[in-house]
Write a protein that binds this ligand. Structure first.
Ligand code: DOR
Ligand code: ZN
Length: 343
């Protein structure tokens, strides 16, 4: 008989669903395996306030498969123009769960992000008072900083200071990619991190050695093996500071295989299967459920889920592409058969 594992239904604490017709692809994939997801606000027209977040939430709900109860947990996008009133309104709204800090220019649709983090004090103060978690894309954007160092430099230059100034503010260092990020999270209270399948599975050789692989390009960029090892150790350590966040971020194939290709890996077609494989390979299947289904909810102060999903050890291959609005997306790690399947 094939090996099986049942876990409480997981949540995805970092997800890009996009908008418009793309929702007809993205929502169903996530809804199949996850009960809830923290939905990133970096649309072409950024979700900068409660009103936009509620409208976006409704579009996501409308795209849910019949009978599915997937819950999008909305976030707002911080800009140079975010006002304390915007934060208060988000804190008071039952559908808004966090605010996201994108340094301007750090990644996809971040041009409206924050240009001067030192100007954010009043906003962060209001978030701390209103218990709204701060989700951080922790990379500097200064051109002179090497792309492989941008996470570490962001922590040194900005995050340490924010952490000290607002000790009660809950901070999630999103998609952590370096051992410095892991050390920072471990050393500080009220601090957690999401870990993605791509950063747990791959190092920068998988992006660049023997040919460039645009579908493994994401931001923060894949790092050296020693960093991947640090992430893997954190994920499988049983520490409640580290939890599942896919950063599944679809871009049409022609936008990734391009002269200037977009950053992002679409992993939502098989996210929980990929994490299961990661934990199995690390000999840590006994830590898989808490990482996937408990620690994120605990960090956000939400109830844990009660439904159960079952995975069976069975090889299968994702198709070369899925339709995506009027284009197509290539699933992450399409060239390698998946080892687990949800039943
Ligand atoms: O690779 C990434 N893609 N990193 C991000 O931070 C954003 C995301 C996207 O929205 O495409
Ligand atoms: Zn992201």
């Amino acid at each position: 008989m094939s090996k099986k594992i049942s876990i409480i239904k997981p949540d995805d604490w970092h997800l890009h669903l996009r908008d418009g017709d793309a929702l007809n692809t993205t929502v169903a994939f996530s809804a199949k395996q996850f009960q809830r997801a923290i939905v990133m606000p970096n649309l072409a027209q950024a979700i900068v306030n409660t009103e936009l977040a509620l409208q976006y939430r409704q579009r996501i709900i409308n795209a849910r498969p019949e009978g599915n109860n997937f819950q999008p947990l909305m976030t707002i996008y911080l800009t140079d123009n975010t006002r304390v009133e915007d934060i208060r309104s988000a804190c008071d709204n039952e559908f808004i769960f966090a605010a996201k800090l994108y340094p301007a220019g750090a990644t996809t649709n971040s041009s409206n992000g924050v240009t001067d983090i030192s100007q954010l004090s009043a906003v962060l103060e209001a978030m701390q008072a209103g218990k709204l978690p701060l989700l951080v894309h922790a990379e500097v954007t200064e051109q002179e900083v090497d792309i492989f160092d941008r996470e570490e430099v962001f922590i040194d230059r900005y995050l340490n200071e924010i952490r000290q100034q607002f000790p009660e503010l809950r901070i999630v260092l999103e998609h952590a990619t370096t051992k410095q990020a892991i050390d920072f999270v471990e050393a500080n209270d009220n601090t957690g991190a999401t870990l993605t399948p791509q950063h747990l599975l791959y190092n920068r050789n998988d992006l660049l050695a023997g040919g460039i692989r645009p579908h493994n390009y994401c931001l923060p960029i894949l790092k050296r093996e020693e960093h991947r090892q640090a992430l893997l150790k954190a994920a499988t350590s049983g520490s409640p500071k580290f939890f599942l966040g896919t950063d599944s971020a679809p871009h049409a194939i022609n936008a990734k295989e391009a002269n200037c290709g977009c950053a992002g890996c679409f992993s939502a077609h098989a996210a929980i299967e990929l994490y299961c494989e990661i934990f199995e390979q690390a000999g840590a299947l006994n830590k898989f459920e808490a990482f996937s289904s408990f620690y994120g909810a605990d960090f956000y102060g939400l109830e844990r889920n009660t439904d159960v999903i079952t995975l069976v050890k069975e090889e299968w291959s994702a198709p070369e592409s899925y339709p995506f609005a009027d284009q197509a997306i290539r699933p992450f790690r399409q060239d390698t058969p998946l080892q687990w399947k949800i039943i």
